[in-house]
Write a new protein. Structure first.
Length: 193
C-alpha cells in the first residue's frame, strides 16, 4: 500500500506547484495595467517596513542591504538599455585597430529619433522592489538577521553612496542628452505650424 502512494506524491506536489504558479501569474497579469495602484501598494509595503524598523529598533543590516538593492534597481531603471558611452568606446576601438568603420544608416546620429529604452523596465522595477520589500519584511521577523551594528555609520555611508552614484548618473544623462522620464508633453517633429 505504501509503495503505491509514494510515486503519486511527487506528481501531486508538482501539480500543486504548477497550479500555484499559474494563479500567481494570473494575479500579476491582472495587476499589470494599474500602474498607480501598484506603486501605491509598494509605498504601503515600504512604509510598513520602515515602521517595523523604527518600532523594534533593529535589523539595520537588513534595512541597509534592502536600500542598496533598491538603489541598484533605481540605477538600472534610469540607465538606457543601449549605453551610448559603450557604443562610442567600441567605435573608437574599431578605428584604433585599423579596421574602418562602415557607416550604417542613418549617416548622422541626430537624423533618427531613438526612444529611450530602459535597461530595467518599469514593470520589472516594481516587481523586483515589491519582492525585495516582502523578503525584507520577513527577514525582519527573524532574530538571525538582527546583527548589532552602529546604524548612523550605515546611514551616512548609504547617503554618500547614493549621492555619488546619482551624480555620476546625472552627468552621464547630461553628456549623452537623454531624459529617462516622459515629462508628459508630446514632441512634434517636422515643423508643423
Amino acid at each position: 500500500m505504501m509503495s503505491s502512494s509514494e510515486p503519486g506524491a511527487p506528481a501531486s506536489l508538482s501539480l500543486q506547484y504548477s497550479r500555484v504558479q499559474r494563479q500567481y501569474q494570473q494575479i500579476l497579469d491582472r495587476v499589470t495595467p494599474f500602474v498607480l495602484y501598484r506603486w501605491l501598494s509598494f509605498a504601503g509595503l515600504l512604509l510598513l517596513f520602515i515602521l517595523r524598523i523604527f518600532v523594534v529598533q533593529g535589523w539595520y543590516i537588513v534595512c541597509y542591504a534592502y536600500a542598496i538593492y533598491l538603489l541598484n534597481l533605481l540605477l538600472a531603471f534610469l540607465q538606457p538599455k543601449f549605453d551610448p558611452s559603450l557604443e562610442d568606446d567600441l567605435m573608437a576601438d574599431e578605428i584604433e585597430e585599423g579596421g574602418e568603420h562602415t557607416p550604417t544608416l542613418p549617416s548622422q546620429r541626430d537624423d533618427e529619433f531613438r526612444p529611450f529604452v530602459r535597461r530595467l523596465p518599469e514593470w520589472q522595477f516594481w516587481l523586483s522592489a515589491t519582492r525585495a520589500t516582502v523578503i525584507a519584511l520577513f527577514c525582519s521577523l527573524s532574530q538571525v538577521f538582527d546583527v548589532p551594528v552602529y546604524w548612523p555609520i550605515l546611514l551616512i555611508y548609504f547617503f554618500v553612496l547614493f549621492a555619488l552614484t546619482m551624480r555620476r548618473q546625472i552627468q552621464h544623462m547630461i553628456k549623452y542628452k537623454y531624459i529617462p522620464f516622459d515629462i508628459g508633453r508630446k514632441v512634434r517633429y517636422g515643423g508643423h505650424k
